[in-house]
Design a protein around this ligand. Structure first.
Ligand SMILES: *[C@@H]1O[C@H](CO)[C@@H](O)[C@H](O)[C@H]1NC(C)=O
Ligand SMILES: *[C@@H]1O[C@H](CO)[C@@H](O)[C@H](O)[C@H]1NC(C)=O
Ligand SMILES: *[C@@H]1O[C@H](CO)[C@@H](O)[C@H](O)[C@H]1NC(C)=O
Ligand SMILES: *[C@@H]1O[C@H](CO)[C@@H](O)[C@H](O)[C@H]1NC(C)=O
Ligand SMILES: *[C@@H]1O[C@H](CO)[C@@H](O)[C@H](O)[C@H]1NC(C)=O
Ligand SMILES: *[C@@H]1O[C@H](CO)[C@@H](O)[C@H](O)[C@H]1NC(C)=O
Ligand SMILES: *[C@@H]1O[C@H](CO)[C@@H](O)[C@H](O)[C@H]1NC(C)=O
Length: 619
């Protein structure tokens, strides 16, 4: 047991500047949490010796741009990395923390006991420009222990305000790029509109992150939502080959992969100019994960043997989580619950944004490829859970409290497709999504229906296709697919940024979407050809959703195709009829028309919009 006094003793005054960097407390604030917590006294003693090397500002670079995230009304998280090398730290901090690192840029060893690097940060109101006193500022240390990352909370800010921010090496003109971010509306504010851009499944070797760049250049949203599979753990090669070249197991592996993704120009642009609110899916750890394993790593003795990866499921998870918190601009809301990413945001009286983890926290066994029949046999087992009891209780309480405070909308940031999807024969499909956990889905729907919690919007990713459905509880609650009545909200499930969709040309994929729309009364639109993202304009009276696609991710290009638009009126609890205004540009719309001409990059006969490639300057 730690008393407050005990904690104070762990962080002596000399470490004040270490404390300003949140990453020294991630994923655990407790150094007695072996492999999770760092010991600041040890780091302080090792790096603040008079004999230690001190870096000159000219030896340091801001190697991976800047980023911001998790906006609250009065604060936001700012991120950067400043280092003597672009390479990630190789030592397993959880073991020794003192392995020297070889820098390929300078062809020198970087001493692990070098003095900490001091970074200053400043935040200005965009409207007032970079003149005069910053609105918030501070200093923090970074060292190799946290891969030279810097994560700070800029406090004392005004709600719903645009800010610029910048880091510099203390006392020098060695500065980071200027970032732009925004705070959330105040909890009780009457905010008219919040705009989100929603992404999932960005696989580097599968293509260019054009849709990140397009959304950033269009500049039509307040916040970025990423529903997971922000990176992939596999060893894929090709023109945009993964680094490291192997599958990820060690801390160095996970850090290096984060670093590689943050070198992408389009990702950097979207990170530099918008606050992100991400959650993870499986690939930030490994494919088809659950509480006790992954599709390619069982929690058995075999995993530890030298002919295997010689790592346990838990250790791999610890590496993935530590690297994620180091490299992503997000808050850790419970410093003693290290796997917890689930958290929520109150955006004025307009909405509650509830980000959940259906994947890694406490999920019952999922399909690993060779056990699909087993999962199908147990999918109705009421003890199966996607979130675990603790998170599920929290989730249901968030939904109830949101209703009690009379927020207009409840928006749920979720990984996998929630709606029931039947195949052409009427059989339930899905073992690695909510359909593999039928009781979890039923409990969620029951909580919404029993408590009259309405105006629910589920956001989903993971599937690499677009699916738009009324949120219905078929088989229990009446639902009329023609009018939408009986539903309790809407699900917007988006395609991936680059991850491959179904195989085949546009015609065969179109056939598949028609079959799915015809087989499912609540599924109103389905599309599988394009990589893309969607925009949500959340207003008091309605939500407008616009889906966009990239005709090709094989090249870096700025083509941005409208695919379909939808509206949900407040209080309706279903898509406005006629759905999509009766027509979409791609995919299959139930009872509607597809008016596009199947554009690929070779044809520009369609209604496209080319988003300029000019750099977006920060005002
Ligand atoms: C720092 O950046 C400069 C300019 O891009 C580059 O020439 C130099 O090699 C970098 N140094 C390190 C240590 O990364
Ligand atoms: C930073 O640059 C300004 C303008 O060039 C110069 O006046 C100032 O001395 C520099 N500061 C440091 C710490 O090098
Ligand atoms: C995991 O266990 C299952 C069931 O015993 C087995 O079929 C599968 O090959 C194992 N996977 C690995 C990567 O060892
Ligand atoms: C659900 O998962 C199954 C595989 O388990 C997949 O075939 C199906 O396409 C997925 N459905 C959605 C809507 O993601
Ligand atoms: C879930 O709800 C459906 C629809 O009412 C019902 O058919 C099914 O038996 C329920 N399954 C579980 C596991 O609760
Ligand atoms: C687009 O593709 C669909 C599916 O193959 C086809 O039905 C439709 O006629 C095509 N549209 C045009 C304008 O070629
Ligand atoms: C959907 O919205 C986009 C962006 O405003 C627009 O370009 C497109 O024409 C709309 N599509 C339809 C079918 O109305």
């Amino acid at each position: 047991m730690y008393s407050l006094l005990g904690l104070a003793a762990l962080f002596p005054l000399a470490s004040a500047s270490f404390e300003g960097n949140l990453n020294y407390r991630a994923p655990s604030a407790r150094s007695d949490h072996v492999n999770l917590g760092l010991s600041l006294p040890i780091i302080t003693a090792r790096t603040l010796k008079r004999s230690s090397v001190a870096y000159q500002p000219s030896e340091l670079n801001f190697t991976h741009g800047v980023a911001s995230g998790d906006p609250y009304p009065n604060s936001v998280i700012l991120w950067t990395r400043v280092a003597p090398t672009a390479e990630s730290d190789k030592s397993d901090v959880t073991v020794s923390g003192t392995v020297d690192l070889y820098s390929h840029e300078t062809e020198k060893y970087i001493q692990a006991d070098a003095n900490p690097i001091c970074v200053e940060w400043n935040v200005w109101e965009v409207e007032k420009g970079h003149k005069g006193q910053p609105k918030s500022s501070g200093k923090a240390y970074t060292t190799s222990d946290i891969d030279f990352t810097v994560k700070v909370e800029a406090q004392g800010l005004k709600p719903w305000t645009l800010y610029n921010y910048q880091f510099n090496v203390c006392g020098s003109n060695n500065t980071s790029p200027v970032g732009r971010t925004k705070t959330a509306p105040a909890e009780h504010a009457d905010v008219d509109e919040v705009k989100l851009a929603v992404f999932s499944c960005s696989n580097y070797p599968k293509g260019f992150f054009n849709v990140y760049g397009n959304a950033a250049r269009k500049d039509q949203h307040d916040f970025v939502i990423h529903l997971g599979d922000y990176f992939y753990e596999d060893a894929s090669g090709g023109p945009r080959a993964h680094k490291p070249a192997n599958k990820l197991f060690t801390l160095y592996d996970y850090r290096t992969r984060h670093g590689q993704y943050r070198t992408d120009n389009d990702l950097q642009l979207l990170a530099q100019n918008f606050a992100w609110i991400p959650t993870w899916d499986d690939h930030e750890f490994a494919n088809n994960g659950y509480r006790d394993g992954f599709s390619a790593l069982n929690n058995t003795e075999a995993s530890f043997r030298n002919d295997g990866p010689s790592i346990s499921v838990d250790t791999r998870k610890v590496h993935a989580v530590r690297a994620y918190f180091e490299w992503m601009p997000i808050r850790q809301v419970d410093l003693d619950d290290n796997l917890r990413i689930w958290r929520s945001f109150k955006m004025g009286k307009l909405m509650d944004l509830i980000m959940i983890d259906t994947r890694n926290y406490d999920r019952s066994i999922t399909s690993g490829g060779n056990n699909n029949a087993y999962i199908e046999a147990i999918r109705d087992d009421p003890s199966r859970t996607l979130m675990g009891g603790r998170q599920e209780k929290w989730f249901f309480r968030q939904l109830s409290e949101s209703k009690e405070r009379a927020a207009t909308w409840r928006v749920v940031g979720n990984q996998i497709v929630f709606s029931r999807i039947l195949d052409a024969e009427g059989a339930l499909t899905g073992t690695d999504n909510w359909s593999g956990y039928v009781a979890s889905r039923n409990r969620t729907l029951q909580h919404l229906y029993d408590n009259g919690i309405t105006d629910n919007i589920f956001l989903s990713g993971d599937s690499h296709q677009n699916w738009v459905s009324d949120l219905a509880w078929l088989g229990t609650k009446p639902y009329d697919g023609t009018t939408g009545s009986g539903a309790i909200g809407v699900e917007f499930a988006g395609t991936g940024v680059t991850s491959s969709g179904p195989k085949g040309n546009i015609a065969t994929i179109q056939k598949g979407t028609k079959t799915k729309v015809d087989s499912n009364p609540e599924l109103q639109w389905q599309e599988g050809y394009y990589r893309g993202y969607f925009h949500l304009s959340i207003q008091k009276s309605k939500i407008d959703a616009q889906f966009f696609g990239s005709p090709s991710v094989a090249t870096r290009n700025g083509w941005d195709l409208p695919l379909a638009n939808f509206t949900v009126l407040a209080g309706d609890n279903h898509l406005q009829r006629p759905v999509g205004g009766g027509k979409v540009e791609a995919g299959t719309l139930k009872g509607g028309e597809t008016v596009g001409t199947n554009v690929t990059l070779d044809t520009n006969a369609w209604k496209w919009q080319k988003v300029g490639f000019e750099k977006m300057y920060v005002k």
